[in-house]
Design a protein around this ligand. Structure first.
Ligand SMILES: CC(C)(COP(=O)(O)OP(=O)(O)OC[C@H]1O[C@@H](n2cnc3c(N)ncnc32)[C@H](O)[C@@H]1OP(=O)(O)O)[C@@H](O)C(=O)NCCC(=O)NCCS
Length: 166
């Protein structure tokens, strides 16, 4: 099957719905005990999580790329931002907030394509580095990042922070 990667239209309701859906689904994977909660409770927890660190996707520093089939079925997304230096990251950097592919389309190399698109974006932004946070037990994602040349910069509790110079 052929796919395209395009920029998310921030004022398009269908794109925004997919953006919200993938953020929520990725958030759920970060909870150790998500099965304990009802869907409604999970939505409440997610809302709280978003309120604790509010981000305005409409700011120009945020870019989102959607991967879809030629007939318009959305199957994956990457959200990346141009971020100020923070903590162990001393330079302006490209920061990945979310990477997600829908379960039916996993293990086909599609997340890898989205990561490569994000790296191109970082270079276009004149950024020298791209980095992200992942939980230490997210083996699939960590395998992917390591196979793309990302290096573990620091660990903190259950968190891993990876960086790649581009
Ligand atoms: C992590 C995630 C994005 C991977 O998506 P994907 O489309 O399956 O990834 P790809 O097919 O591009 O896989 C690339 C690499 O990931 C690893 N990988 C992916 N799925 C795997 C699996 N089921 N078992 C083992 N390794 C796996 C492999 O290293 C693979 O490389 P290879 O095929 O060359 O060996 C997807 O599982 C997902 O959306 N998970 C939920 C959200 C999430 O955890 N996002 C990351 C948060 S930091």
């Amino acid at each position: 099957m052929d796919f395209i990667i395009r920029t998310m239209k921030k004022n398009d309701s269908s794109d925004k719905e997919f953006f919200d859906y993938t953020n929520f689904e990725s958030y759920k994977t970060t909870l150790k005990d998500s099965e304990k909660y009802s869907e409604e409770e999970l939505h409440k927890k997610f809302q709280q999580f978003e309120e604790d660190d509010p981000l305005d996707i409409n700011e120009s520093k945020h870019s989102v790329f959607i991967l879809e089939t030629y007939n318009g079925i959305k199957v994956g997304l990457i959200w990346i931002t141009n971020r100020e230096p923070f903590w162990r990251f001393n330079d302006q950097l490209a920061w990945i907030y979310n990477l997600h592919t829908i379960p039916e389309f996993r293990k086909q190399g599609l997340a890898r394509l989205l990561m490569i698109r994000a790296e191109e974006w970082a270079v276009d932004q004149n950024l020298n580095s791209i980095a992200l946070h992942v939980l230490n037990d997210n083996t699939f994602a960590r395998n992917l990042y390591e196979s793309l040349g990302y290096e573990l910069v620091v660990t903190h509790n259950t968190s891993c922070f990876y960086e790649k110079k581009v």
